[in-house]
Design a binder for this molecule. Structure first.
Ligand code: ATP
Ligand code: MG
Length: 320
């Protein structure tokens, strides 16, 4: 089996390939991604909300021209939801049909009732009755190309689920007691994300290459905006980035991520804004801040003060 698109050959090539698919990666992330692809190790990205963790997996799928298989984690996620389950309804129907079948069939098999039973059992626990969920789909030897497997927000799943993941991550295989071990012929590209609402077990992390995704600096956030909202007026984008960067320095309950910067830019464009003014900022704070306490904190001139500071800094940078 060949790769549909060759893996990037260097860190620079990784940066460029991600950029060609509108993902602006810092060098550390590009390095970790390059190594994860080269060494066939899962990429573990942890960090602030809305900073491009899920997007890196989606981008890799497009960049490598592979299908994306996504496992969204949640509390109570178990083997049946993540890997496979037996199709009980179909199994029951098969048993029923067998019972209703012609009597000769029963007679023919009569000498060995046990063997008839076990033949039926073997049939019932064959691939035909297996429902493949994300993890099993990702390592299915029948896949024409190895997919990108996104295990999103692992911190939302319960800890015991991680123990099960270990077999998948270390050997790219899943053991199904009734059927045997399914082993990927070509390992998938695995991306795991976490918002760090709890620590992920060391045993999982040890099998992965780790990268912490923080908020981008102003230059990178500008580059992201240029890619994601290409039609935005130059000065508006610059002011938005300068303001959001300052806003992240305020003691808020929930700081705005890149996703919020993008949304805000789109919202301001929808309002035909060419530059930021205190009133527009005040009225649109709900696009970037999602907690009333945070919005209240920015009222009473605080937002206007931050904006003035951002615009001053831009003016002095322009003069320099
Ligand atoms: N480095 C980046 N390059 C290009 N786009 C980015 C980048 N970082 C974030 N984005 C954009 O920001 C948005 C949010 O990204 P994403 O959904 O990946 O965030 P996340 O880290 O998974 O957030 P959450 O923790 O809330 O799930 C996406 O629409 C993506 O386009
Ligand atoms: Mg996400």
């Amino acid at each position: 089996m060949t790769h549909p698109t060759a893996l990037p050959e260097s860190i620079d090539a990784t940066v460029q390939a991600l950029l060609a698919h509108d993902y602006v990666a810092e060098r550390e992330l590009a390095t970790t991604t390059f190594l994860a692809l080269k060494l066939q190790r899962p990429l573990f990205v942890e960090g602030e909300p809305g900073t491009g963790k899920t997007e890196i997996a989606k981008t890799l799928a497009r960049m490598l021209d592979r299908p994306l298989i996504r496992l969204q984690c949640f509390e109570g996620l178990d083997l049946a939801g993540a890997a496979y389950e037996w199709n009980y309804a179909r199994q029951m129907m098969a048993i029923r049909l067998r019972e209703l079948g012609p009597p000769e069939a029963a007679t023919a098999a009569a000498p060995g009732i046990t063997s008839r039973g076990s033949a039926l059992e073997t049939e019932l626990f064959s691939e035909r009755f297996l429902i493949k969920r994300a993890l099993l789909q990702a390592i299915d030897p029948a896949n024409p190309v190895a997919p990108v497997l996104l295990i999103d927000e692992l911190d939302r799943a319960d800890e015991p689920f991680e123990a099960f993941l270990l077999e998948v991550l270390s050997d790219f295989q899943i053991t199904i007691p009734e059927l045997g071990t399914v082993h990927a012929t070509q390992p998938p590209v695995v991306v795991i994300t976490s918002n760090r609402t709890r620590e992920i077990h060391d045993a999982v992390k040890r099998r992965c290459l780790y990268h912490w995704v923080g908020f981008p600096d102003a230059a990178r956030e500008r580059a992201i905006l240029d890619r994601r909202v290409p039609g935005a007026p130059e000065r508006l984008s610059a002011e938005i980035v300068a303001f959001v960067q300052r806003l992240r320095g305020v003691d808020l309950y929930k700081l705005p991520g890149v996703a919020e910067t993008i949304e805000w830019t789109r919202a301001l464009m929808a309002l035909d804004a060419m530059v930021l003014d205190p009133q527009t900022v005040q009225h649109t704070l709900g696009v970037i801040l999602k907690y009333q306490d945070d919005i209240a904190r920015m009222q009473g001139g605080e937002a206007a003060r931050l904006l003035a500071e951002a615009q001053d800094a831009m003016r002095s940078a322009g003069r320099a």
